[in-house]
Structure formats: C-alpha cells, structure tokens
Design a protein around this ligand. Structure first.
Ligand code: SAH
Length: 463
C-alpha cells in the first residue's frame, strides 16, 4: 500500500551521545541540529575549519577511534578522509544508525527539516529527494505557528493529573482544546501566569457541567477540498460525529478528527439512503447525547439542502444549531467557466431554481426572467434537461437563449457543454454522469466555455 521507503519516528537520545565526525561546514550544520536535543554532542576531527565555539558540544581534536561510539545513539560522518571511513565501518559494526552527509545511499536515516516548539516537533522530510522543498515547507509552517506553542503544550501537560481527576472523555478533550487555542491563556502564559489561568479555566469547565449537544449545518462546497471554508474545517475538527451526504468530498469528511464517528446518510440516486425524517431523527438523537454534530452537506446547506426541515426538527427538540455557508454548485460552475452570472446591461439577476417537479406556472415565470436577461441556474435538472428546455420555450423563452451545462462543477474532472435552449430541447441530453448545473441566459455567452462540448441537435436523440 504505502510508498514511503523511510519511516518517520521520534528517536530517544537522552543520556546518549550523538557523534559527529568532521570539522567543516557540514559537521557544523549537523551539530546545530543535534544540539536541539539533550544528547551529549561529540565532534571528532583532526582539524576544525569552522568555528564551533559557543555551541554546547564536546570537541575532540584528534582522529576517530572505535571507542568513540560507546553510548552513541546516532553517528554523522562529515569527513571524506580515513577518519570518516573508519567511523562508517565502526558504526555499521556496532549497528548504530549512520548518516553520511550528502551520500544518501550510505545513510541509514535522513535528517528532516525541523520546526522546533519543544515538546512539539514538526519534521518535514522528503526521503532525501528534495531537501530544498522541505526547507521551504518548513519556513511556511514556521511562520504559521505561534512561538509560544511549545510552552502551551507544556502547560497542557502539567495540567494532566488535575484534569484527569475532574473531567472525562469528550469533556476533558474540550477543556484541552480551549486551553491550547485560547489567546487569553497565551497572553497570561507570556506574563508567567499560565498555570493560574489554566486552573481557572478548568474550574469553569467543571462548573459548566455536561455541555449540551449542538448541530452545525456545514456546507462542504462542490467537491474540491480546498473550496471548504476555514470555519468548516475548524468545526469538522471539533465534531464528535460527522453526518454527511454522498456529494460531500471524501477529503472533507476525512478532515474531521480521526476518532470522530462518520455516518453516511445518502443521497445518491438509485441507492438506499436514509429518509429525510430518519436524518432529522438521527441528528436530534446524537445532539441529545451531548455530541457535537457536523451535518455536512454538499455545496451550501441552505440551497436545495433540505436544511429547513432539519432546522425545524432541531428547533422542535430545543437543540442549538449554527449554519456555516459553503460554495454552492452554481457558483462553482460560474467560476469554472468564468461566467459572470450578473453582468451590467445583460443580466440584472441570478435565479437558483430546481427543474425537478417544476409547475407550468413556475416555468412561465422563469421563461420570462430568462427572456428578460436574468441568468437561471437549474439544479437537479439533468435527467429532465431536454424536457425542461422544451417547456421553457413553450412558455415563451427564446429558442436562441444560450445554455451551458457544467457536470461535476468545482472538480478536476468537470465536463462542460454549451448550446441554446433550442438545441437542448431537441432531444434527451446525453450528458455525462454526475451532478450538473444547467445555466440558461444571455450572460452564458460572456463566459469562457472553451473546451465545452457543443450541444448540437445531431448529438441528441429527438424526444
Ligand atoms: N446544497 C447543494 C445542492 C444540493 S441539490 C449546493 O448548494 O450545491 C443536488 C444538486 O446540486 C445536483 O442535482 C446538482 O444539480 C447540483 N450539484 C451539486 N454538486 C454539484 C457539482 N459539483 N457540480 C454540478 N452540480 C452540482
């Protein structure tokens, strides 16, 4: 399954030696890494070409001797002469992990780029392939993390016994989450008052008692994980259980905590799925158990997401909820095709509608809107695309109004079609599998539909 040829571990070196053979720049670089640990760092070289003074290391100005490896946890060889060669032989004989600087094929291990917020360490490794890239990634992560992260982690560690005595399970986790992310705690920590603040927060959590459950109705966007909002991502991390639909990208579902429960409730055409009443009952029941429920929906939860029914059920049960918006499919489709759905002098409005089960009266209304220049985005209309187009024309829409269809909008494997209401109406559209948005309106002609398949009459069988 895996593709890594190395296994990242945190290796104990306390009370042992890290031996570096060599006295040049390369040895100095390894020494800088090694002194981040509590190991005794020993540097052996007949000559020292760079200045090691000021580093907490032991310098042995002589040749390498096999006895130098007694008690050694790791060996670095940064010497290209006989001392380096002898050290390699000795390390291998003693089975001590060896790193030969810049000779990957001779290394037992590589050194990752390290972000040091002791006790938190983040290592970025490339199996020796791209150390420069690893360092760039490190710089980005470095910039994103508070310098106080390590101190926050130590503070959390020092609270462990007290917390264990007072809070269990999810309640303890919630306490720690608040503790390590609270700007107030961080500010107090800097002033040396971290511990009293952490204790006050603990008392507050104990007093608040069992926290009631909550439901977050979260929009997951159209299917690309980087179209998820930062808020959605944060709440997914906090959720105890994630209740999601089929259209939600797997990567978004995976963003939750590893131990969060995940429940797939449907809805894929033709597959068994939960009924809406069952979903309503499920989220109410989970929240009543005190869980934090992420109800994750494709696109935006308030657009054809049946959020209204779920909200009614939550209100009836007296359960708190919050709505987190997402990128709805029509907007992802507009972005994919650079289509300005509103456009000065062309389209003064944008209508999200469902073609499914639309009444004649609604169709007449949309026909009038499309003829007046407004842009229609039709959801759930693919299987009735041709029929809907024909009915719009019958209700008075011009057969030459531009039409554009985006299947799997927002995803890498999207497919585009373009034509007119007339060409779409002339047959059962043989559109690709997958969810689709059908745009109708003059603004479509102002988008960039390059690569789109033309909906020509000949490609579609006449209904
Ligand atoms: N809440 C969702 C809509 C759910 S209804 C949203 O805001 O996007 C399901 C319909 O949405 C599908 O039939 C299809 O018309 C549309 N849809 C959902 N995801 C889509 C996608 N990635 N590309 C195109 N259409 C999509």
């Amino acid at each position: 399954m895996g593709e890594l040829t190395t296994f990242p571990v945190s290796y104990k070196v306390e009370g042992q030696r890290i031996v570096i053979v060599g006295g040049g720049e390369e040895a100095l670089n390894k020494a800088r890494l090694a002194i981040k640990t509590t190991a005794l760092v020993v540097i052996i070289s007949r000559t020292f070409e760079v200045d090691f003074s000021g580093l907490p290391v032991t310098l042995l100005p002589r040749g390498f001797e096999p006895a130098d490896l007694v008690g050694a946890a790791l060996v670095f060889v940064a010497d290209h002469g006989p001392d380096g060669a002898a050290a390699k032989v000795a390390a291998r004989a003693a089975k001590i992990p060896l790193n030969v600087v810049d000779v990957p094929e001779e290394c037992d291990f590589y050194t990752p780029a390290i972000i040091d917020r002791a006790p938190i360490t983040i290592a970025v490794a490339s199996e020796g392939d791209a150390p420069v890239l690893a360092r760039l990634i490190r710089a980005r992560i470095e910039a994103a993390l508070s310098p106080n992260l390590g101190a926050m982690a130590r503070l959390a560690g020092s609270m462990r016994d007290k917390v264990a005595a007072l809070l269990q399970g999810p309640r303890a986790r919630r306490y720690y989450e608040e503790l390590v992310t609270s700007p107030e705690v961080e500010a107090e920590l800097i002033r040396g008052q971290g511990m009293p603040k952490a204790e006050a927060l603990l008392a507050q959590h104990v007093e608040n008692g069992e926290s009631p459950g909550v439901v977050w109705l979260i929009g997951a966007g159209p299917g690309a994980e980087d179209l998820l909002t930062l808020r959605a991502q944060r709440l997914l991390q906090e959720a105890d259980v994630i209740v999601h639909d089929h259209l939600v990208p797997a990567a978004a579902v995976e963003m939750g905590r590893r131990d969060a429960e995940r429940i797939l409730v449907g809805k894929q055409k033709g597959h068994h799925s939960f009924t809406q009443a069952e979903i309503n009952g499920l989220i109410v029941r989970l929240a009543k158990q005190g869980k934090r429920v992420a109800r994750l929906k494709g696109g935006d939860p308030m657009v054809f997401g049946r959020a209204g029914e779920e909200i009614d059920a939550l209100n009836a049960a007296g359960i708190a909820y919050h709505v987190v918006p997402g990128v709805t499919a029509a907007l992802a489709a507009a972005a994919d095709t650079a289509t300005p759905v509103t456009l000065r002098k062309i389209s003064t409005g944008f209508v999200l509608a469902t073609a499914h089960g639309a009444e004649s009266e609604e169709l007449r209304h949309w026909a009038a809107l499309a003829s007046a220049g407004l842009t229609l985005a039709l959801y759930m209309g693919k299987s009735v695309a041709g029929q809907t187009a024909a009915r719009l024309i019958a209700e008075g829409a011009g057969a030459d109004i531009p039409v554009g269809v985006v299947v799997r909008a927002g995803r890498r494997d999207r497919v585009l079609y373009r034509g007119t209401l007339g060409s779409l109406a002339s047959g059962d559209a043989a559109l690709e599998d997958g969810p689709a948005i059908i745009f109708v309106g003059e603004a479509i002609a102002h988008g960039d539909w390059s690569g789109a398949i033309e909906i020509a009459r000949s490609q579609f069988k006449v209904a």
